[in-house]
Design a protein around this ligand. Structure first.
Ligand code: ADP
Ligand code: MG
Length: 336
């Protein structure tokens, strides 16, 4: 990198003072390896997520929100496991070393990192098409990680927060639908600055039987839980659709005609949109009080949307209890 040397770039934007190290990190950026120090007897939870320009984000996206999102999608995986964040590495390919871009990107990145006490411990920096790969490290007591394989027939199915707003924003930005400016602004915030549900994941340890984060759409991500647990589920689509924040707008302000026109889009976005970064999880009915209290402790809204059955497959039913007619598919990078 000629504009700004590789090492100067790392020192200026990604190396922070030693005092910024936390309990889980013994050595950070600057040596050949970082040294992590999980709590005594803890398991290390590890996950990577890559964001590719033109694939996962628009090349001209605000670098501040990009820094936020690159870490957020990784923290979301730790959340889904019930792991406490310790640190992360950042592998960055940049077409040019633009000082303004780097300053904004690292600001967005560190604001979220600091909020979760998650420390940047190392990485790699190279010239190339814009590409961001983060690996996060967290800790969880042995036997307490929330896995996809733990759902049992009779468990309730829950989802956190709202669903589908990010997908709705993306459709609008691609010109496939039109959204009122105030709805688009809200929805775009969900797309560009998702809030990883780390506190909820931690609060659900010992309460939830299975969990996953909703990155590719509810149907697909709940589908992973069902497959790995060897069970099926029945989900009430009108409850899931009501979780899309814009639903209220189309129902209220703009009138029932607009809602009818938008209904298939809202349903598609809520159930199969992707980029939600909410948690979908299961828990036995005897834990309903405990789930509510976990939601309160983590200041996160949680909604019960269905039930786990022994019969394999996902059954989507409408408000009348009838199977849903609309076909839905979750996002798949290599799907046809
Ligand atoms: P190596 O030559 O061993 O690959 P580098 O010279 O690439 O190491 O990196 C020097 C130091 O800077 C290492 O500690 C590495 O982890 C860190 N580093 C490189 N790129 C980044 C980055 N984007 N963010 C944080 N740390 C980085
Ligand atoms: Mg290197």
């Amino acid at each position: 990198m000629s504009e700004l040397g590789e090492f100067e770039l790392i020192a200026r934007y990604f190396k922070r003072p030693e005092r910024a190290l936390g309990a889980g990190v013994a050595l950070g950026v600057g040596d050949d390896c970082a040294l992590l120090q999980p709590g005594a007897g803890m398991q290390l939870a590890v996950s990577s997520d890559m964001l590719v320009s033109g694939r996962h984000f628009f090349a001209d996206v605000d670098p501040r929100t990009l820094g936020h999102k690159a870490l957020a999608v990784n923290l979301s995986d730790l959340a889904a496991c019930g792991a406490r964040p310790l640190g992360f590495t950042l592998a960055l390919a940049l077409p040019t070393a633009n000082a303004d871009w780097l300053a904004a990107f690292s600001e967005g990145l560190f604001a979220l990192a600091d909020a979760h006490h998650c420390i940047l411990v190392g990485g790699d920096t190279t010239r190339g098409p814009l590409n961001i790969c983060i690996t996060v490290f967290g800790e969880v007591p042995p036997g307490h990680a929330l896995l996809r394989s733990g759902a049992r027939a009779g468990d309730d199915v829950y989802v956190s927060g709202t669903l589908g707003d990010a997908a709705l924003a993306l459709k609008a930005m691609l010109g496939e639908i039109e959204l009122p400016p105030e709805v688009l602004m809200q929805a775009r915030k969900r797309l560009e600055q998702p809030a990883p549900r780390v506190a909820l994941g931690l609060a659900l340890r010992g309460i939830a039987t299975a969990a996953a984060d909703v990155s590719d759409g509810l149907v697909g991500d709940l589908g992973h839980i069902l497959e790995q647990s060897g069970v099926g589920a029945t989900v009430h689509t009108e409850i899931a659709t009501s979780l899309i924040a814009s639903h209220a707008y189309f129902m209220g302000a703009s009138g029932p005609n607009d809602l009818q026109k938008m209904a298939p889009q809202l349903l598609q976005c809520a159930l199969a949109g992707g980029d939600d970064y909410e948690l979908v999880f299961t828990a036995p009915a005897t834990n309903r009080e405990a789930v509510l209290s976990a939601a309160q402790r983590s200041a996160t809204v949680v909604t019960r949307i269905g039930r786990i059955d022994s019969e394999p497959g996902l059954r989507l039913i409408d408000a009348q209890g009838k199977p849903l007619a609309q076909q839905l598919a979750s996002f798949d990078h290599f799907g046809t």
